[in-house]
Design a protein around this ligand. Structure first.
Ligand code: G6P
Length: 581
């Protein structure tokens, strides 16, 4: 979702801003813009569409040393140049990430202003200008803003009267400060500045930031001495390194990710799981699918009652917490608005929280009681692969820790994952048989159904083929009516205990003309006429079997999207980090 980058230093600000924005492209956006100080004024350039359009529009040479940039993911008002940021009202120019919930009321109160865009952000801009006219001091203005703006916001602001400064404030939307040598940055997240500096400062909600050649942060009315941290992500994680797409590169990184995840799994940092009577797993998107794997494993290997919830539903449902409930929140970005709200609800009820989070220092990582970092590193592709794999590895590690199982043979696991990735030709052949289709089904039972959900989501996200994942036994209660000759089915069979049942369901769709692509654990495979194509999955310990099974699903989605000429790393309408409800 919207991305922010701001710069104060001695270099060409427009170029630095556009470069920073290009590293935030993965968050999802539909227009972009910058404001920079040149020729004694702040200049705004905005373009619809890709960053490359903005790059073409900015001055090649510029003496400007100060500016703020933004990628917009439309919420209020269509994606066009007028609605894109920065917005200017009076002496204030700003960029905004988040949603101002009370903007309609504020807009009425700000009747003297003329609004050019349909955005909530321009209303925030006018409000800040009004306050600035009244108070004449930006620090005081920003201290007042929290009492007047409802919703979520990260704001990067420049003021006509102070051309050497950037102001910033955040509430529930991500924003960090990057600390360089004689230059400072604000940014929505790490990749925007990773090729400039590794030093950063985390901001609390409502911190007032004044950025010039020095960094001033005012917290609760007092200036604080900020704690400077250092990223441990490498710059090459944000470049393609010869791969056609970040998604493919990240799929290839998975063996390393699994190794890191296993090696860094520190049991000392854990809550005592057995002291809980109930575990509630809460997440969104693929993280929710990783949670399903956790649900299956914890249920099967322990006696703890487990439930799972989509965060956007969980936040509005009635809760029957008791003191012995543990809420596990899974999130790659650590900024997903609904998942973050889950943490707040649990804390409000004095319930313990465990976060499984990928992004260091993100809001969820900072707010939970217990924390396990997934070790995926910087994930750029909107469609997650390596972060999901890291999450399900952690699910396996947690289940085996509670069940006191033997340590995993990580060398064997990693070798197997490598061997599955290397079967690219097979996935390419499968993609050939499905890329012209508009509908597809994934079926499986138990954990295989949960993996089907992730496979289906991957395919939808990047290839735009409509697909549904179904529990194989449920199919005949309605959905089987959609089977006509040639309808593609990807059937997943890795759970030995119910393999025969699933195979019966596969035969039912095959008998009705379905084209069956069978993904089956190699030792369960028997030749027959119930499938058209087969992918054999090497056997792993049950707990880690999903790691090998999901990779073909990721690669089938990838190869299929490629054949459909889709924008694989930046699928339409999607955002990597969903920071609004
Ligand atoms: C978005 C992303 C998904 C992700 C989901 C949850 O929809 O496109 O890939 O699974 O958000 O994000 P989180 O950062 O909380 O894991």
């Amino acid at each position: 979702m919207c991305g922010i980058v701001g710069y104060v230093g001695s270099k060409n600000a427009p170029t630095i801003l556009v470069d920073g924005l290009s590293h935030l492209e993965y968050r999802g956006y539909d227009s972009a813009g910058i404001v920079f100080y040149e020729n004694n004024k702040f200049n705004i350039i905005k373009t619809e569409g890709r960053i490359s359009n903005l790059r073409d529009a900015i001055p090649f040479e510029s003496p400007s040393k100060v500016g703020v940039g933004h990628t917009r993911w439309a919420t209020h008002g269509v994606p066009n140049q007028v609605n894109s940021h920065p917005h200017k009202q009076g002496k204030i120019t700003l960029v905004h990430n988040g949603i101002i919930e009370n903007y309609t009321g504020l807009k009425k109160e700000l009747g003297n202003y003329t609004f050019n865009s349909e955005t909530d952000s321009e209303v925030a801009c006018a409000l800040i200008d009004k306050l600035y006219n009244e108070l004449g001091n930006m620090e005081e203005v920003l201290e007042k803003v929290p009492s007047m703006l409802k919703g979520s916001y990260a704001l990067g602001i420049v003021v006509d009267d102070e051309p050497n400064k950037i102001y910033a404030i955040r509430h529930k939307s991500p924003l960090i400060i990057g600390v360089g040598d004689n230059e400072n940055f604000i940014a929505s997240d790490v990749p925007a500045i990773l090729n400039k500096t590794k030093r950063y400062i985390l901001l609390d909600d409502f911190d007032v930031v004044i950025l010039s050649d020095e960094i001033k942060i005012k917290r609760n009315g007092n200036f604080i001495e900020p704690i400077i941290k250092e990223f441990d992500w490498e710059v090459d994680q944000t470049s393609l390194n010869g791969f056609d797409h970040y998604m493919l590169k990240e799929i290839y990184e998975q063996p390393d990710v699994v190794r890191r995840t296993i090696e860094s799994f520190d049991t000392n940092e854990f809550p005592e799981f057995t002291s809980y009577e109930k575990i509630e797993i809460v997440a969104c998107g693929s993280a929710y699918h990783a949670g399903l794997i956790g649900l299956h494993l914890i249920e099967n290997y322990t006696n703890i009652e487990v439930s799972i919830h989509v965060a956007s539903e969980y936040r509005y449902k009635k809760h029957n917490f008791n003191r012995k409930t543990l809420v596990i929140i899974i999130s790659q970005s650590g900024e997903t608005a609904d998942s973050l709200e889950t943490v707040r609800i649990a804390k409000e009820n004095n319930i313990d929280t465990l976060g499984i989070v990928n992004v260091y220092g993100s809001s969820i990582a900072r707010d939970v009681k217990y924390l396990i970092y997934s070790k995926a590193g910087c994930e750029i592709s909107v469609a997650t692969t390596k972060a999901y794999l890291s999450q399900i590895t952690i699910m396996g590690l947690i289940a085996s820790k509670i069940a006191k199982l033997d340590k995993v043979d990580s060398e064997h696991l990693i070798k197997t994952i490598v061997s599955v990735i290397e079967k690219r030709e097979i996935y390419d052949n499968i993609a050939n048989s499905i890329y012209t289709k508009e509908h597809l089904f994934f079926i499986g039972r138990g954990i295989d159904y949960y993996l089907g959900l992730e496979g289906s989501l991957k395919l939808k996200e990047i290839s735009y083929i409509h697909s549904e994942a179904y529990p194989a036994g449920e199919l005949k209660h309605g959905t089987i009516s959609l089977v006509t000759p040639g309808t593609p089915f990807i059937a997943i069979v890795t759970d030995e205990s119910i393999a025969e049942k699933t195979i019966s369901n596969i035969k039912e769709v095959k008998a009705r003309g379905a084209r069956v692509i069978l993904l089956i654990r190699e030792d369960l495979f028997e030749k027959g006429d119930y499938y058209d194509e087969v992918i054999l999955i090497p056997r792993l310990d049950d707990i880690y079997q999903p790691l090998a099974t999901v990779i073909p699903l990721q690669l089938i989605a990838y190869e299929t999207a490629k054949k459909r000429n889709c924008d694989i790393d930046k699928p339409r309408n999607l955002a990597k980090s969903v920071t609004v409800e």
